[in-house]
Design a protein around this ligand. Structure first.
Ligand SMILES: *[C@@H]1O[C@H](CO)[C@@H](O)[C@H](O)[C@H]1NC(C)=O
Ligand SMILES: *[C@@H]1O[C@H](CO)[C@@H](O)[C@H](O)[C@H]1NC(C)=O
Length: 138
């Protein structure tokens, strides 16, 4: 039992860094109402894994600390399948999502949150991670 648990933890930590936000860069300025590419990278994993979904949300947090997307995704901009593919050979597999920044988003700091659900390991255990990227609304 203990062994099974530590193997599961090991598997979870081995996959812990698996997705990353490739775009936008930290602090990118975007205007309210404009469309923005959110690139979610998924470096190739060792064992079989199966993608489930990605959720992209935005929260406006000018002058206040942003809340972790693990607790608060804010306005949902995308919620659907994730199908990362190789494009350029110098990049890991990724998918670009084009989302629209709500026109009511306040100026200042905003946080993009990405929730990534995947099935990992030989037993395809469900696994969730959250990522974030700070942008500036101007
Ligand atoms: C955003 O992600 C970084 C690590 O990638 C983390 O250190 C930071 O706490 C996160 N920010 C929020 C508001 O969750
Ligand atoms: C994905 O978006 C990035 C950033 O805008 C862009 O450089 C890249 O060419 C796009 N890739 C594809 C396949 O559209």
């Amino acid at each position: 039992m203990k062994l099974v648990l530590s193997l599961a933890l090991l598997a979870a930590s081995a996959f812990a860094q698996n997705a990353a936000i490739g775009y936008p860069p930290q602090g990118l300025s975007v205007s309210p109402g404009s469309s923005l590419t959110v690139q979610v990278e998924r470096p190739n994993s060792l064992t079989g894994s199966e993608e489930v979904a990605v959720v992209i949300g935005i929260q406006s947090c000018p002058g206040t600390p942003c809340i972790s997307p693990a607790d608060y995704m804010g306005r949902i901009l995308y919620n659907g399948p994730f199908n990362p593919q190789y494009h350029e050979n110098y990049n890991p597999p990724y998918e670009n999502f084009t989302v629209q920044i709500p026109s009511s988003t306040a100026s200042g700091t905003a946080l993009l949150g990405v929730a990534h659900v995947t099935l990992v390991g030989a037993g395809f255990s469900p696994w969730l991670e959250t990522l974030n990227r700070t942008i500036t609304i101007s």
